[in-house]
Design a protein around this ligand. Structure first.
Ligand SMILES: Cc1cc2nc3c(=O)[nH]c(=O)nc-3n(C[C@H](O)[C@H](O)[C@H](O)COP(=O)(O)OP(=O)(O)OC[C@H]3O[C@@H](n4cnc5c(N)ncnc54)[C@H](O)[C@@H]3O)c2cc1C
Length: 638
């Protein structure tokens, strides 16, 4: 099927404004008649729930943490983009739009990216009004720094804690609505199914993580803002609870999964240390503003203390290969370049899977106090984890799974192909194409939540009658029974392997075969291994405890069960896409100097997969992508 993204036509500069005006409104008295379920209260869901509550809708919001305050968005360090052009360095909405389309390797929908760039400026105004303590320059204006893939400074930041500060802003707005009773908050609830009645999303089934009870909730619309899925690799920079569960359950109910093979591997993480590790730590990309990346020129120097390697014996490979962007090359490019150096035998550290990020030149230039002021908490964090002082010797970094550009397919209204099911933030496939530039995920989450969904959901609400289907509909009972059945099955296996062991096995296959570089052979190998691990899970997993209590083993087992199905779709997507673009690097499709080689003639589309059962082939639907404003061109950062 050819999918229609429903993007407005006509001049891009006015596309969102014209569309906003053309959409239907719901009058304030009628808004009170509708109930909206918002699953996820990170930046995207928290912003959406607060705004929809303020508008007068009845909102019920859900998260699995004990408070929205703990959503994974809190971990974001580096910053959030906006086209304010405060430093007067040539930025504009058009340039942010251009950089994002190019950065995504021409695999995103132009109109959505334009809208994102346009509303980016509103986000900063709103967050400042909420009291977010962005860093300021000498004159008192908001300060900016640069991130990869851009030659301007457009990233607003609050030290290395931008996500935390933005989340506090959204959380305050949400708390205000909770107090005003327009939002009812259900913490410690995990959505385990989507309830679809006659093809329309009408509710969710959750597990109360404290009591184990299975609960049903009805709504006139359901919004999923449940974050990303890169924990499919087991080790990643994401919080341990991040999973594909919500979007995968929606896929099993008919929502299309778009571009699952586009995952971002972030170049600046602390290298893995040992096999028992369960999480990787990111060092923000903002460090590449001042840090220079290098490896020794000669493999025999790799064991030496870095400060004893002379300047002329160092290879500042990003500056050498990409002179225009240097250390600020985009993430996919910087990650692959680091892997290349290590594969070439010039990696550093115990495992030889590391490159240096060196601040000496910046310290000599501006002094340690200024570097400390800019990134102090990141240096502290690095020292706590590695016991090395990043001011005195270069840090060691290596790429790690970080972000999912793929997710549920949505149209310009952020609505999936299931009417009434909307998807926001990292959970949808939307604006990043095949690669996300730094500081644009926070921008997307808040754009979707504060400035897009309040308009687009009204268009849907105006077309339906509120409160027609409630929890007494048989579909709710059926869904609850299915969820209970799966839980009982997992608890009854009583096998020999822990959930963690099986997740590590899946993660290792995904990293080796579907990770930074994939080939026809590696993907076929993964497609053979994933069903074997899945089979072992359903026959040999040991989930201790019971269903009627707080049971994190059971929670993790459910998430792994979903990853074991989702991983297969992700791998099939990577196998079908016979080109390299952004974070999807097929070794068969590269230029002579090792850069990604796109095939616009055959693959200039979003791939949206329809699930057809665990052992059946998913069906591919395509949304062709048109580039009318940014010319399709080879993406070069040289
Ligand atoms: C270490 C790190 C640093 C980062 N730094 C930056 C940065 O500097 N700039 C930038 O732009 N981006 C950054 N990112 C990316 C960015 O933080 C995320 O993409 C973004 O915060 C995701 O927001 P979200 O609202 O979509 O999801 P999340 O914040 O992940 O929120 C998901 C919500 O969904 C809930 N949920 C999930 N599944 C279920 C379920 N089944 N049932 C009920 N609730 C559920 C959770 O409880 C949570 O409330 C960083 C990411 C990481 C990991």
């Amino acid at each position: 099927m050819i999918l229609d993204g429903k993007a407005p036509t006509g001049p891009i500069e006015t596309s969102w404004d014209r569309h906003r005006f053309d959409m239907k409104l719901v009058n304030p008295a009628n808004k009170r008649k509708f109930k909206i379920l918002v699953v996820g209260t990170g930046l995207a869901g928290g912003a959406a729930a607060a705004t929809l509550g303020e508008l007068g809708y009845n909102v019920e919001a859900f998260c699995y943490q004990d408070s929205p305050r703990r959503a994974h968005s809190i971990a974001a360090q580096g910053g959030i983009n906006a086209a304010k052009n405060y430093p007067s360095d040539g930025d504009s909405i058009y340039r942010l739009f251009y950089d994002t389309v190019k950065g995504g390797d021409f695999r995103a929908r132009e109109a959505d990216v334009w809208r994102l760039a346009q509303v980016s400026n509103n986000i900063i105004d709103q967050c400042v009004a909420q009291g977010v303590p962005f860093a300021r320059d000498y004159a008192g204006y908001l300060d900016n720094r640069s991130f990869g893939g851009a030659q301007v400074s457009r990233t607003f930041y609050a030290r290395g804690q931008t996500g935390q500060q933005l989340l506090l802003g959204a959380y305050s707005a949400l708390s205000r609505q909770i107090k005003n009773k327009t939002v009812k908050m259900f913490a410690r609830r995990e959505m385990l199914d989507l309830v679809v009645v006659d093809g329309v999303a009408k509710g969710i089934t959750c597990r109360n993580l404290i009591t184990g009870e299975i609960e049903s909730y009805w709504g006139d619309a359901v919004i999923l803002a449940t974050g990303g899925f890169v924990n499919v690799f087991y080790l990643s920079t994401n919080a341990m609870g991040c999973s594909a569960t919500a979007i995968w359950k929606a896929t099993k109910k008919g929502a299309y999964m778009a571009n699952p093979c586009y995952t971002q591997i972030h170049p600046t993480c602390i290298p893995q240390h040992g096999d028992k590790q369960s999480k990787l730590t990111l060092m923000s990309e903002s460090l590449r503003n001042d840090g220079r990346v290098w490896v020794p020129k000669r493999a025999e120097d790799c064991g030496k203390h870095p400060n004893q390697i002379a300047e002329e014996d160092r290879d500042y490979y990003l500056e050498r290969k990409y002179p225009s962007f240097g250390n600020l090359a985009p993430r996919d490019i910087a990650s692959r370049a680091a892997k290349e150096q290590c594969d070439d035998g010039r990696g550093v550290g115990d495992t030889k899977r590391g490159v240096y990020l060196d601040f000496q030149a910046a310290i000599d230039r501006v002094g340690q106090p200024l570097i400390q002021q800019r990134y102090g908490n990141l240096f502290d964090m690095y020292e706590k984890i590695t016991d090395e002082n990043g001011y005195e010797r270069p840090m060691r970094i290596y790429p790690a799974p970080h972000y999912s550009m793929g997710g549920l397919w949505v149209d310009y209204h952020c609505m999936s192909n299931i009417p009434g099911l909307f998807v926001l933030g990292e959970a949808n496939f939307s604006v990043h194409g095949a690669n996300r530039l730094g500081a644009s995920a926070l921008m997307q989450g808040l754009a979707d939540g504060y400035f897009v969904i309040p308009y687009t959901i009204a268009q849907y609400m105006a077309s339906i009658t509120p409160g027609q289907i409630k929890e007494d509909h048989p579909e709710f009972k059926k869904s609850a029974e299915e969820v209970k059945g799966q839980i009982d099955k997992m608890l009854s296996i009583k096998g020999k392997k822990t959930v963690g062991e099986l997740h590590r096995e899946l993660g290792s296959v995904m990293w080796e075969d579907v990770g930074m570089a994939r080939s026809d052979a590696s993907l076929k190998h993964a497609l053979q291994r994933i069903p074997e691990i899945r089979d072992e899970f359903w026959n040999n997993v040991n989930v201790t405890g019971t269903a009627g209590e707080l049971n994190q083993q059971l929670e993790n087992a459910g998430r792994l069960a979903d990853f074991l199905e989702f991983a297969e779709m992700m791998t099939k997507d990577a196998l079908h896409r016979e080109e390299s673009c952004g974070g999807h690097f097929r070794t068969e499709h590269q230029t002579e100097d090792g850069e990604a080689m796109r095939d616009d003639e055959n693959f200039c589309y979003a791939a949206a997969w329809e699930f057809k059962g665990v052992d059946n082939e998913p069906e591919l639907h395509k949304e062709p992508l048109k580039f009318e404003n940014v010319k399709l061109a080879v993406r070069s950062y040289k």
